[in-house]
Design a protein around this ligand. Structure first.
Ligand code: WTA
Length: 628
């Protein structure tokens, strides 16, 4: 983008908000039937965008490139064992068409929900695009989540089909995804079909009548699948994410507005060009993998790299080796990955030719100065801007991020809102904070096209979670932020009980309810504490039903509880720290004092007056002054 265009976009959004978005939607989307209404606020906060328009998202990602880019690589895939597969736009369209027809042959129709539980292989993207092609609503579940988590999501979404693989390669091991499906599908009565991709070749059980091999399903099927025309607001996908209360919620995204957001941010923030090789390292199980693997790069006709495995296999140079061999020019990852790879020193990146890189991106958590400097100097060789992108599952795409080359960078700041995004920092009353560097709630003051539309099956929770805090005036992100004297945003982290552990989003209540479901546990409270490597680490305070364990018994129970959480949610949710206590600090009205627990978890001295606690003595125990 040029400076002049950037200024013009900002001015246009400011003077004619709806017109700004309408023009972008007309320029960027191939419509089957153009829209005449831009924004419908009549049922706010369930906003509708471009709502009488008709389109198909997969046509916008695939068919429209065939005239000019049919033989251009769309996906350059590399498996963890080193197998490489390139799919051109023509080939990808054919694969998507075949799988879309295979879905149809199993009775899956527009509006049906399909859960995708896959390794990071091209078929994950093919399955998502195939759903979009027939208007089925996909819900991808991260392959690192447990069977229990998978089951909860399948049931909540009412999915009729699940797409999985025998297994995927990760960290030198095979993760048996099909076996995990087998454990839970009997308890998911809506599921009629389980598609199984043969990927890792591991032995699996088979349920005739329900299970169907991917390769058999597409064997005698036409590669042509007529796209289903859907309205702009037709749900494209559900993606379950953690909140501060209750179970993960199904964030529902719409078709046109979401697609538009992915395209614009690919252009504005990643400055995507015809000869770029784009690599976003996120798994398709997260929103980053939706917007910047499955949809954005394809909608822009880009070439993207997709990698199945861990960054440290066979050694911690794997990412840089991939960048070199596949000539990556735009690289997007999370601070956690940068910190983990930095730990292994400079020799790994220095041993690879990274001269093709021209732009680096960061997402998912605040990036600390040491990680930023290493990313900038060692990976980007002082040549590549770093776009620090602030956004959320709910926002669909980048909201606050620099335009490279135009908005000057400040390490640790996501800089300024993108054109058309009206972000602000407000105090507890909802009044904008005008003093520089004063913290407040990060809110968005106008609806935007790629925003979530609702929580699947729970519109009440949608309104309550995101809108009621400030009487429906603003979208409440749940993050705290401050703005400096130059108007730059500095995101300070969550103000609610959501954790970001290695960039993965988890709810403290989710982990607590799993802990108290263990037969030996009476009560639990979970808080985050800063961690050098993972950003935040999970610290659980646990009250056992019997006496506090000690010695070997204590170590065994800790191991048992970690395994329990891993089994119920997934390995990413295992607490780093488990501390036993006879009780938890509570107010006289019985509320757990989380603030206090956070201080204890950080090893800070608690200097506030605790005499009003129901049980002031418990603090000593939690701080470890009593023998464990
Ligand atoms: C955090 C990930 C600081 C934030 C795309 C947000 C960030 C949550 C940044 C959403 C960033 C994301 N700087 N913090 N650049 N990007 N976050 O839904 O707390 O997994 O609310 O979406 O990640 O996490 P989610």
């Amino acid at each position: 983008m040029t400076e002049e265009l950037y200024r013009r976009l900002l001015a246009e959004a400011e003077s004619d908000y709806e017109g700004f978005w309408a023009r972008r939607a007309r320029e960027e989307i191939d419509w089957i039937k153009p829209f005449t209404r831009t924004l419908d606020e009549s049922n706010a906060p369930h906003y509708r965008w471009f709502d009488d328009g008709v389109l198909n998202v997969s046509v916008n990602c695939l068919d429209r490139h065939i005239a000019q880019r049919a033989d251009k690589p769309a996906i350059v895939f590399e498996g963890e064992p080193g197998d490489v597969r390139v799919l051109t736009y023509r080939e990808l369209l054919a694969e998507v068409g075949r799988f879309a027809n295979a879905l149809r042959a199993q009775g899956i129709n527009t509006g049906d929900r399909v859960v995708i539980y896959m390794p990071m292989v091209p078929e994950a993207v093919i399955a998502m695009q195939a759903c979009a092609r027939i208007g089925a609503i996909h819900s991808v579940v991260f392959g690192g989540f447990s069977g229990e988590s998978l089951k909860g999501r399948i049931i909540d979404a009412g999915a009729t089909a699940v797409v999985t693989a025998d297994g995927g390669h990760r960290g030198g091991r095979i993760i048996g995804l099909k076996a995990i499906c087998d454990q839970v599908l009997d308890e998911c009565p809506t599921v009629r079909t389980l598609f199984v991709l043969k990927r890792a070749g591991n032995a699996i059980a088979w349920r005739p009548g329900r299970d169907i091999w991917w390769h058999e399903a597409v064997a005698d099927v036409s590669a042509d699948c007529a796209p289903v025309a859907v309205g702009s607001e037709h749900p494209l996908y559900l993606l379950y994410t953690s909140g501060s209360t209750g179970r993960p919620k199904g964030i529902q995204h719409a078709s046109a507005g979401y697609l538009l957001g992915t395209i614009l941010t690919m252009r504005w923030v990643f400055d995507i060009r015809e000869d770029d090789v784009f690599w976003c390292t996120a798994d398709v199980g997260w929103v980053t993998g939706h917007s910047y693997v499955a949809y954005g790069p394809l909608a822009c006709g880009a070439t993207m790299v997709m990698y199945e495995g861990a960054p440290t296999i066979p050694d911690p140079g794997r990412f840089w080796d991939l960048c070199e061999r596949h000539r990556v020019s735009v690289f997007y990852t999370a601070p956690t990955a940068i910190r983990a790879l930095k730990k292994h020193g400079d020799d790994y990146p220095r041993g690879h030719d990274l001269s093709r890189l021209r732009l680096l991106g960061s997402v998912g958590e605040p990036i600390n100065p040491e990680a930023w400097m290493w990313y900038y100097q060692v990976i980007g060789q002082g040549r590549c801007p770093i776009v620090d992108t602030w956004w959320q599952t709910e926002t669909g795409v980048h909201m606050i991020a620099p335009i490279p080359g135009i908005v000057a960078l400040k390490p640790g700041s996501c800089t300024r809102p993108l054109p058309g995004i009206v972000a602000d920092v407000v105090d507890a009353e909802g009044t904008p904070v005008t003093a520089p560097d004063e913290g407040g709630f990060l809110v968005i003051k106008r609806p935007w096209p790629s925003m979530l539309r609702t929580i699947w099956g729970d519109p009440e929770r949608y309104r309550e979670t995101y809108w009621e805090r400030f009487q429906n005036r603003y979208y409440v992100s749940g993050d705290g932020a401050r703005r400096d004297a130059d108007g730059y945003f500095w995101v300070m982290g969550r103000v609610d009980d959501v954790l970001k552990v290695s960039g993965h989003r988890l709810g403290t209540m989710e982990i607590e309810s799993v802990l108290v479901a263990h037969p030996l546990i009476a009560e639990a409270a979970v808080v985050g504490r800063p961690d050098e490597l993972t950003g935040e680490a999970i610290c659980a305070f646990v009250v056992p039903r019997g006496p506090r364990p000690s010695g070997d018994e204590r170590a065994a129970l800790i191991a048992e509880l970690r395994a329990w959480v891993g089994e119920k949610i997934g390995p990413i949710a295992k607490p780093a720290d488990i501390r036993f206590a006879d009780n938890l600090p509570k107010t006289r009205s019985g509320k757990i004092m989380r603030r206090l627990l956070r201080a204890v978890a950080r090893g800070e001295t608690v200097d506030e007056d605790v005499s009003t606690l129901e049980n002031p003595d418990i603090l000593r125990q939690l701080q470890g002054h009593d023998p464990q």
